[in-house]
Ligand binder design. Structure first.
Ligand code: PGA
Length: 244
């Protein structure tokens, strides 16, 4: 399955940072994997313009479940698509924590985004407490059940496993732990969606650990935060995925 290297710029980046995108495109004009960058909404149109005619896709980091209306500060899936997005990250743990997003809310967003034609990257992951208590697979299983709507389309679904304690911390689970969760996810998803759903690992992925993570079964790419901000770092991850 073709891999996906997805970068999440989070609340980072102004138009000066589009220079990183130009550098990335120069160094990786024809990668052997799909490459996606999800900038803040303010940069989406500009980045989509810069990516036109290249292999780079751009996406949003969240969307509202409604198509339009009185929701100050929010952005709809149609608006993301109109700005040039083909993908959207949904249910990131920072959205779940900072904005109280529940599985039900995430599922509604998935429905809206897929209806707008976007590919949805649905994020799930356990806390450190969950892992220490041996509850990881229970938590992952219930998040996946709750966050994917009944109407979820296989062709527009990517799932990202992101242990919350590994995000932005420089810590990662062991390779066996990542492989265990990804095997579990594959078993959960295959009966419903077939074997073609891309499963991304996220949480402190960097050029130095990417190759060993991409060598694991059922790891089809990464969702990358900090290391997606600089062309050199993200480029190293793209190179590792291209070689996997
Ligand atoms: P990180 O973030 O790569 O900075 O750990 C990952 C994510 O939140 O998607």
């Amino acid at each position: 399955m073709r891999g996906l290297a997805a970068g999440n710029w989070k609340m980072n980046g102004t138009k000066a940072d589009l220079a990183e995108v130009a550098d990335l495109l120069k160094a990786h004009s024809a990668p052997a994997c799909d490459v996606l960058l999800c900038p803040p909404a303010t940069l989406l149109s500009r980045m989509a313009e810069a990516a036109k005619g290249t292999s780079l896709a751009v996406g949003g980091q969240d969307c509202h479940a409604k198509a339009s209306g009185a929701h100050t500060g929010d952005v709809s899936a149609d608006m993301l698509a109109d700005a040039g997005a083909t993908h959207v990250i949904l249910g990131h743990s920072e959205r779940r924590a900072d904005h109280g997003e529940s599985d039900v809310m995430v599922a509604d967003k998935v429905t809206a985004a897929q209806a707008a034609g976007l590919t949805t990257i649905v994020c799930i992951g356990e806390t450190e407490g969950d892992r220490d208590a041996g509850r990881t697979l229970d938590i992952i299983g219930s998040q996946i059940d709750g966050s994917l709507p009944a109407t979820c389309e296989a062709g527009k679904l990517v799932v990202a496993y992101e242990p919350i304690w590994a995000i932005g911390t420089g810590r990662t689970p062991s390779l066996d732990e990542i492989a265990e969760v990804h095997a579990f996810l594959r078993n959960q998803l295959s009966p419903r969606f077939g074997d073609g759903i891309r499963l991304l690992y996220g949480g402190s992925v960097k050029p130095g650990n990417a190759a060993e993570i991409f060598a694991l079964p059922n790891v089809n790419g990464a969702l990358v935060g900090g290391a997606s901000l600089k062309a050199a770092d993200f480029g190293g991850i793209i190179a590792a995925l291209s070689a996997a």
